[in-house]
Design a protein around this ligand. Structure first.
Ligand code: XIL
Length: 373
């Protein structure tokens, strides 16, 4: 007994000597993604409004510990930042910039031109002239305000159909197919110190990838700056298209631009459709079969998720010279948009941290890839 006590005492002395106290022992035990991948690429997360307002203490601690890049999940989208004609609401975006500055985190601003989450006034505009005015004012005002304050912009988001043609949108309709080049031209002028990216989902798929390559080449041929391309990365655990992703990293890099994975999450739930999409307006009805893991994730599904994340990060590490950032779309499973989309009220498990902010087996499998295993 005395021997045991003295062993405990000497262990305590050793811990104190190493600066380890009971309070920080668990923090010390969890590795940090941003540290582990610091020579490879930035590690980002999407941030929601309570997080930006620092009302979510647990998320706050994790963000500071794990991430060196953030993307606002919603608050810099058009419907929030310009809710009325020439009426801007910069409150949340300013808070985000201050938070990032204080914590030495890079902001990827998201997004200037996108067909979704447009303000009501904009959706009502009929004349091409007014759309043009909106387009110019929005890009110039918003990108201009945050130049030098944010690191980068997703200038145009989701402009492509699955077959690689340009998506029908108010911008294509009223401004013609040069609108993407024009968006980058305006952004370049307003934000000369900010990196400019094209962002989309499924552009690792050959046809859509060809469409993205055409967009990038067209911007470059016009003498306009584009610094990178973001592959969103809303995939399914167990069927991540690794071959297409690898091919995309190679071909996009050959255009002389950065490649990023910008909205990574791996759903574990059944898909209501045959195809995969991240189109936010596509929704389906809820049912019991579509929500199989409400009571918890079975081991087999957990293993599939863990394996998929390991495969993915092994690939990212192989191309670390070409990849500048990997951003997860949310801090923990409970905060993921995939609980509400495309079917409302489901329980999904697509991220590396569980609902209690605890690292999951997938987290540790990702960490392991940094050691070259
Ligand atoms: C999603 C957000 O996560 C949700 O909170 C919101 O209701 C809809 O948009 N592609 C994008 C992101 O570029 O902006 C979308 O984010 C997900 C798909």
């Amino acid at each position: 007994m005395a021997k045991k006590l003295s062993r405990i005492r000497s262990f305590a002395v050793l811990m104190l000597a190493c600066g380890i106290t009971a309070k920080n022992v668990s923090a010390q035990a969890t590795p940090s993604l941003k540290e582990v991948f610091k020579n490879d690429f930035l590690i980002g997360t999407a941030m929601n409004t309570p997080q930006i307002e620092e009302k979510d203490a647990a998320a706050d601690a994790l963000i500071k510990q794990q991430f060196n890049a953030v993307t606002p999940e919603n608050i810099m989208k058009a419907e929030i930042i310009q809710p009325g004609w020439d009426k801007y609401n910069f409150d949340e975006a300013d808070k985000l910039v201050a938070y990032a500055q204080k914590n030495n985190i890079k902001v990827n601003a998201h997004t200037l031109i996108w067909h979704s989450q447009l303000p009501a006034f904009m959706r009502r505009i009929q004349s091409a002239d007014s759309v043009k005015k909106y387009f110019e004012n929005h890009i110039t005002t918003v990108a201009g305000r945050y130049d030098g304050k944010v690191y980068s912009w997703d200038v145009v988001n989701e402009a492509l159909n699955e077959d690689g043609t340009l998506r029908k949108s108010v911008f294509l309709d009223k401004l013609g197919d040069n609108y993407i080049v024009e968006a980058f031209r305006l952004a370049q002028k307003a934000a000369p110190h900010t990196k400019l990216y094209y962002n989309d989902y499924n552009i690792e798929q050959p046809k859509k990838r060809a469409g993205a390559i055409a967009i990038i080449k067209k911007i470059q041929a016009a003498g306009v700056r584009i610094d990178g391309v973001g592959i969103q990365g809303h995939w399914k655990a167990g069927s991540v298209p690794l071959k297409d992703i690898e091919e995309s990293i190679k071909t996009f890099s050959a255009l002389g631009i950065e490649v990023m994975f910008t909205e990574l999450d791996l759903t574990v739930l059944p898909n209501p459709w045959d195809n995969t999409t991240a189109e936010v307006s596509a929704t389906a009805k809820s049912s019991k079969e579509m929500n199989p893991y409400a009571a918890g994730l079975p081991d087999s599904a957990q293993q599939t998720l863990t394996q998929s994340y390991a495969d993915l990060f092994r690939l990212f590490r192989k191309y670390k010279k070409n990849i500048s950032r990997v951003t997860f779309w949310g801090v923990n499973d409970g905060q993921s948009w995939l609980n509400g989309w495309p079917i409302p009220g489901r329980t999904n498990y697509p991220l590396l941290f569980d609902r209690d902010f605890k690292p999951k087996p997938a987290f540790f499998s990702v960490i392991t890839t940094a050691k070259g295993q």
